[in-house]
Each structure stands twice: as structure tokens, then as C-alpha cells.
Design a protein around this ligand. Structure first.
Ligand code: GRF
Length: 206
């Protein structure tokens, strides 16, 4: 793999883009052999777009408005990604659930970061769900995306202790630090050809 071409990534965002930034930083540091071919946002006002522009990364605003269905939206999304030669798609705070159209177009080549130790606390407000349940440990999970919500094969996880005075915000901030460590690491492993998938089992090759 030493002299292979950089893997072409797309990062899909809706908001702040701190995970996008973490990946950009590790690529810039030459720790990940990849190039971000495009950042796609479903929201024009996403700050993540500014982060991309600051690094000279092409951006695409792909809003739901014009599309009659989620599948039609995803069909157009696949075309955008194909036109950019994308090999690996990263969901980084992208607030839309993908349909079979996207999942089947990029088998085992779409990753997501979720702010809980899956399969616990799937869906929205995972940090608040953890607080309400009363767990002592939560964390974050990088997984491949399948047709379910937060159900795909798990690549990496990191545990984060819950402190007794935590709010949703303080817990989210502590989890986010770990997200910024394990998401780029999962991308690095993929781009180095060190991930294989067998059913639900993701193997990290040495
Ligand atoms: C993170 O908490 C991530 O776990 C979730 O969405 C949030 C994105 O944050 N999927 P950011 O836009 O990367 O800062």
C-alpha cells in the first residue's frame, strides 16, 4: 500500500464540523493517506462548510427541498459522490438517515460516529439518554452504516466516564474529545487497507 494513491473521501455534515476538522488535521499531518474530495451539507448555514473552504476543499450544498422523497435525495447524493470519485463516505453530524440507495451504493464504505457505546442509546440525544438511564460509563462508537439506524458493524469504540454533576453539554464535550481521536483513527485504518468485514465482525489487521 506504500505508494498507492490517497483514498478519496467525502464528509457529509449538517453542523459545526469538529469531527470533519479532526480528520482534516490528521490528513494535513500526513497521518492519514487520504484526500477529502468533497464536503456535502444538507444545510447552507453549516459551519462545517467554512472549515472546508478554509482548507480549499470543494463543498456541495445538497438540500432536501427539491426532492420528492428520501430515496430521490439519496439518488442525487450518490451521483454527486460518484462525480467526485469518492471511495469512503464519512457521516460527521449529518442529520439525515440514509436509505438503501446510499447504503447499497457504498457497501462497507460509509462510516458514522455515534456519541454512545452502541448498541446502547441509539438515535438522537444519546448523551441525554445515557444521563437519564444512569450509566457510569458511556462513550462513542465508529461503525459502518447499514440500513438500520446506528446498527452497522462496529469499528472502534472509546469509553467515557459519567461524572455526577454532568449535564448533556459537559458529557457531550468529554465524549467529543474521544470522537476526535477514534474517528480519524478508523479512517486511517481504512485508508491503510487494515479493515476487513465479515458479517458483523470488523477485523483490524496488523
Ligand atoms: C457528534 O456528537 C457526533 O457524535 C454526532 O454528531 C455530532 C457531530 O459534531 N454524530 P460535529 O459537527 O462533528 O462537531
Amino acid at each position: 500500500m506504500a505508494d498507492s494513491a490517497p483514498v478519496r473521501l467525502a464528509v457529509l455534515v449538517s453542523g459545526n464540523g469538529t469531527n470533519l476538522q479532526a480528520v482534516i488535521d490528521r490528513i494535513d499531518a500526513r497521518e492519514i493517506k487520504a484526500r477529502i474530495a468533497c464536503v456535502v451539507s444538507d444545510r447552507q448555514e453549516a459551519f462545517a462548510l467554512k472549515r472546508a473552504e478554509q482548507h480549499g476543499i470543494p463543498t456541495v450544498i445538497h438540500e432536501i427541498g427539491a426532492y420528492s422523497s428520501r430515496r430521490a435525495y439519496d439518488t442525487a447524493l450518490v451521483e454527486i459522490l460518484r462525480n467526485h470519485g469518492v471511495q469512503l463516505v464519512l457521516l460527521a453530524g449529518f442529520m439525515r438517515i440514509l436509505t438503501d440507495v446510499m447504503v447499497e451504493a457504498f457497501p462497507h464504505a460509509i462510516m458514522n460516529i455515534h456519541p454512545a457505546l452502541l448498541p446502547a442509546f441509539q438515535g438522537l440525544h444519546a448523551q441525554q439518554q445515557a444521563l437519564e438511564y444512569g450509566v457510569r460509563l458511556t462513550g462513542c462508537t465508529v461503525h459502518f452504516v447499514d440500513i438500520g439506524t446506528d446498527t452497522g458493524p462496529i469499528i472502534l469504540q472509546a469509553a467515557v466516564p459519567v461524572q455526577k454533576d454532568d449535564t448533556e453539554e459537559t458529557l457531550a464535550a468529554r465524549i467529543r474529545q474521544e470522537e476526535h481521536r477514534i474517528y480519524p483513527e478508523a479512517v486511517r485504518l481504512f485508508c491503510a487497507g487494515k479493515i476487513s468485514v465479515d458479517g458483523r465482525q470488523v477485523r483490524i489487521l496488523s
